[in-house]
Design a protein around this ligand. Sequence first.
Ligand code: SF4
Length: 130
Amino acid sequence: MRTYDEAFTAARDGSTFSNSSQWEVWAAKNCNRCIHDKPARQGDDANGCPLILIALMGKRPAEWLTQTEEQAVYADYTCTEFRDEEDGPGPEPRPIPTPPGQGELWPREPFEGHRMLTPLEPATEAVSPC
Ligand code: SF4
């Protein structure tokens, strides 16, 4: 998980949810059972998920992706940092990125990151001069 400053720098300008109900529904499916916001659920707001704070600041975290038009319309983001608190004791992704003893052609770390998906530009049609 990136720090707040790193995530804020990578975030996109623009709002995320059109109303509080939309946020509540999404949070119930994601943040309310995610290991990264568990401290806030236990009263330690200072150590809650920084991505939520970025959204409250009016930006869209780069970690919140939409892959379909329907996801974008309903703000049904896929958070790439989501880790179910039932999955294990810590926030490390599973499976462990490079298991001990695993040979690798290239180190994985330089290729890790988040892609910011943007809508495609509409195709421009060729116009006949006649
Ligand atoms: S990592 Fe994503 S799903 Fe988890 S609390 Fe933060 S914003 Fe919510």
